[in-house]
Design a protein around this ligand. Structure first.
Ligand SMILES: C[S@@+](CC[C@H](N)C(=O)[O-])C[C@H]1O[C@@H](n2cnc3c(N)ncnc32)[C@H](O)[C@@H]1O
Length: 420
């Protein structure tokens, strides 16, 4: 395709994504479906440019105020992640001159906001929690692409065997630093046609998510509930940890997400999983199980701000009002889920948010209202589950994962045992 035609398409896609009315990945996929003639490399250039624009949106929007022509085209030029020579082939002389002027600006001379590219309501609490030094490390880490992690289904094979099968297919993978079940793959190879994947030997799952399942540590023969199972990433890890015995209920209010669990379940070889759509957290089904469950995981709906490496649009699509609504949901779901837990059973509350408001604050309110739940030290629980150097992952007894410290998505998880 002619460079200018591709740059124009890129500008069109940026204009669509910048409306922020849908998740960026959905807008990008829909755009590619409408433009079937785009080749692999062209798609990669467009997608990477759009994600670069979202990561540093404040900076690019500020810089794009100068120059002329439509704003999305200027944003496309500034954020361009395809070949440099190709971009130059698309530009007129005035555009080339403008771009050179902008590229000569020393990024260190920009205002802090244009360097961290976070909205105030998000930057302020993170800065308060982490301090200046770490805050900048986090801001940089969140602008890097996330690695591709796999969880090995140990019902089917050992981690070393999966690693060897990947190597035989020309894919380099190393054991994840903390999870005993994980492999970190180099690059972004297509996995979905590999026999190892189609036969359920591995699932794509960030190392942090693997650690949440290890913290719940369900055992053989137990009754377990994954209260917000979604497409079942953690359900599959829990079912395998139970060695395909006992009963694992996968609840969610979204039938659509539970449907996405079904093919994964079929590949996994698990037969101990019972997916069920619930109307809300006080559904009759839940009431019938009160006090009967050994282990309950609440992977609560949250802002997702721990996943900005993958979903940079979330920082622009979330808001303080949205956060307050999420907190109400989190409180209600945790309180309902806790009723399921039997005496000496375990409850884990988790999110993929970085914010205290969705994590420690919700946990503290719950603990104050539920003296019959005793907090468990996450480092001890994880060490029992063969997690290496678990102490590095824990703050004040709870799992606290950070992209800049642990090279994982941001996660929080706290475990309690019901005493009575
Ligand atoms: C963080 S996601 C879960 C991701 C999933 N556990 C996984 O590992 O792939 C949160 C889920 O909570 C579900 N949810 C929202 N409100 C709920 C409620 N009241 N009861 C149960 N699930 C709910 C959402 O549909 C969403 O799938």
């Amino acid at each position: 395709m002619h460079p200018n035609a591709l740059l124009e398409l890129c500008a069109e896609l940026i204009a669509a994504v910048n409306k922020l009315d849908a998740p960026a990945d959905a807008t990008v996929s829909a755009f590619f479906r409408q433009h079937k003639n785009l080749g692999q490399r062209e798609r990669a250039s467009l997608a990477e440019t759009v994600y670069a624009m979202l990561r540093e949106r404040l900076k690019f929007q500020n810089l794009a105020q100068s120059g002329s022509g439509p704003l999305p085209r200027r944003l496309a030029m500034l954020a361009w992640r395809g070949s440099d020579a190709f971009l130059r082939g698309a530009l007129g002389p005035a555009e080339k001159q403008w771009l050179e002027q902008i590229q000569a600006i020393d990024p260190r001379s920009l205002a802090p906001k244009l360097r961290h590219n976070l909205p105030d309501w998000l930057a302020e609490p993170l800065l308060a929690r982490l301090g200046e030094d770490e805050f900048w490390k986090l801001a940089a880490a969140m602008n890097e692409a996330a690695p591709l992690d796999l969880r090995v289904n140990t019902l089917k094979l050992k981690r070393e065997e999966a690693q060897a099968q990947l190597a035989a297919a020309g894919i380099e993978a190393m054991p994840t630093p903390y999870s005993p079940l994980g492999l970190r793959v180099q690059g972004k190879p297509a996995l979905n046609k590999l026999a190892l994947f189609t036969s359920g030997g591995v699932e794509v799952q960030d190392e942090g998510s693997q650690l949440l399942a290890l913290l719940l540590a369900p055992r053989r023969g137990e009754m377990v509930v994954d209260f917000c199972a979604g497409a079942g990433g953690k359900t599959l890890a829990l079912g395998a940890a139970m060695r395909n015995t006992g009963r694992l209920y996968a609840f969610d209010v979204s039938g659509h997400r539970l449907d996405a669990l079904k093919p994964r379940l079929a590949r996994s070889g698990l037969s101990n999983v019972y997916p069920a759509q619930i109307a809300h957290e006080r559904d009759e089904r839940i009431k019938r199980l009160a006090g009967k469950i050994d282990r309950v995981l609440v992977d609560a709906p949250c802002s997702g701000l721990g996943t900005l490496r993958r979903n940079p649009d979330l920082k622009w699509r979330q808001s303080p009002q949205g956060l307050a609504e999420l907190q109400d949901k989190q409180r209600a779901i945790l309180a309902s889920a806790a009723r399921l837990v039997k005496p000496s059973g375990r409850l884990v509350y988790a999110t993929c948010s970085l914010l205290n408001a969705e994590n420690e604050a919700i946990a503290a309110e719950f603990a104050a209202a539920h003296p019959d739940f005793r907090p468990l030290a996450a480092d001890e629980a994880l060490a029992k589950a063969q997690v290496e150097r678990a102490g590095e992952l824990v703050e004040n007894g709870a799992l606290r994962l950070w992209p800049h410290r642990h090279a994982m998505d941001g996660f929080f998880a706290i475990a309690w045992e019901r005493t009575a």
